[in-house]
Design a protein around this ligand. Sequence first.
Ligand SMILES: NC(=O)c1ccc[n+]([C@@H]2O[C@H](COP(=O)([O-])OP(=O)(O)OC[C@H]3O[C@@H](n4cnc5c(N)ncnc54)[C@H](OP(=O)(O)O)[C@@H]3O)[C@@H](O)[C@H]2O)c1
Length: 245
Amino acid sequence: MKNIVIFGATSTIAQHVARLHANDGDNLYLLARDQQKLSIITQDLQIRGAQSVSTALFDAEELTSHHQLINDIFKYFNHIDCIFIAHGSLSNQTECQSSASHTLQQLTINASSIISILTPIANKMEKQQDGNITVISSVAGDRGRQSNYVYGAAKSLVSTFLQGLAQRLSKSNVHVLDIKPGFVETQMTAELTKNILWSSPEYVAKIIKKRIESKSLFSYVPWFWFIIMAIIKFIPAKLFNRSQL
Ligand SMILES: NC(=O)c1ccc[n+]([C@@H]2O[C@H](COP(=O)([O-])OP(=O)(O)OC[C@H]3O[C@@H](n4cnc5c(N)ncnc54)[C@H](OP(=O)(O)O)[C@@H]3O)[C@@H](O)[C@H]2O)c1
């Protein structure tokens, strides 16, 4: 039986990860900004077999509240097996271009809030000397594109932070995993047209759990995004800037 903490627990991908842990009879601690959604998810996870489900309100934009939240979690569980961070916002690029304050708000949700919670979490996990920290970033962070570079820049910041954190915490036996999904059919992408490159949240959740259990350091989900992004990163800037990618 494991102790699992999930930030952004109302996210579609996070809910599927939580269900897999409920099937295993694990203890879950869910954090999200909507109490009503949290209550519905809690009931569902209890029916699916979770040993216990606790919840707390978490707003990514309320940076000053984060330190206390982390202290509360580490007081509640003597030992944490996994901290999974899934919240995020698919930024509206047009709105970002016309408003610096909107851009900064998106950077707060997608990047600063994650650094804000990871900083105290890392120190506590370092003392614990084991466990896992998994964060969902995105393939969008691999190369800035005109259609979503604010979202991509935030994800890139998170990925770079995680690279350094993974190296630091490897000395303390803490596994740090950066998950970079491609297109996933979730609430966030409900309006977008789907094609063969899209994955289901059930599939993505299964891969994430497997990678955590095997202490994998491979980020791309599904794996073929590694090849797609390697090609996209390889395109010379002159050609890339003229393309519609
Ligand atoms: N879907 C994709 O194709 C895709 C691809 C690559 C990466 N990702 C990343 O995967 C992660 C999970 O997203 P998803 O696809 O599962 O989408 P989702 O179902 O829309 O989940 C997004 C989550 O972020 C939460 N959130 C947004 N703003 C917040 C705030 N200020 N404070 C606290 N929580 C906030 C939402 O909470 P509410 O329920 O309260 O709105 C929701 O739970 C995100 O980081 C996303 O960027 C998704």
